[in-house]
Design a protein around this ligand. Sequence first.
Ligand code: COA
Length: 206
Amino acid sequence: MTTMRLDDLRQYSDVLRARNGELVTVRFVEPRDAEALQNYFRSLTTRSRYNRFLGAASELPPSLLEDFIHIGEADRFSVIATMLVDGRETIVGEARYAFDSDTAAIEFGLSIDDRWQGHGIGKALLKNLECRAASFGASRLFGDTLRSNDAMIALARKAGYAFTATPGDWKLTRFQKPIHVEPQEIPCASWRLAAVSPSAMSSLAV
Ligand SMILES: CC(C)(COP(=O)(O)OP(=O)(O)OC[C@H]1O[C@@H](n2cnc3c(N)ncnc32)[C@H](O)[C@@H]1OP(=O)(O)O)[C@@H](O)C(=O)NCCC(=O)NCCS
């Protein structure tokens, strides 16, 4: 399983590609990102925020924002997807995932800025999350989404997720996927290396 050096988060950055080839960096959230992250959530459409948080929310509640920027606590991690827009690093998406060592499962949620939806960034970020999950030694990845969320359901279905009822909430559906990948075969260079040789981590592109 990955042993991460939380004092040097930059080394866990990945470079992905949107559908048109544009570069998207995925990196852990840091405390200095708090304001930009909150602005990101505020700028989502009401519908996207509703879908992301499974209910109405205008922004991240302060306590949740604190959780988002302190990654690794209770095996919960937040990442942001950024792009250079007019020369400035801009948040175009985010994801949060939690590892449960008892069940060896990772639960996650994600969002993409409405202006950047449909560019293949969600698909690339999901694949990256699968690599991160595999490097933990997780055997399963899952998330819950509203039954009305056609975009997330289509994204998950195309990525090979199976659907079941979410326990205790008929408005939700659970999408899940087993992870059967040996550490040596993780399809992201950085996380393959993290799983095989935790001490060998450095900033690597996927
Ligand atoms: C769901 C979400 C993350 C998808 O991200 P995205 O970057 O727009 O998705 P992509 O462009 O990577 O599309 C991936 C696939 O999903 C499908 N898809 C995406 N949006 C869709 C839509 N609105 N309707 C139907 N299918 C859709 C596409 O067909 C695409 O398949 P393709 O690659 O074969 O063309 C994004 O819509 C979002 O952030 N929604 C708001 C927050 C949310 O719902 N989060 C999920 C909570 S778990």
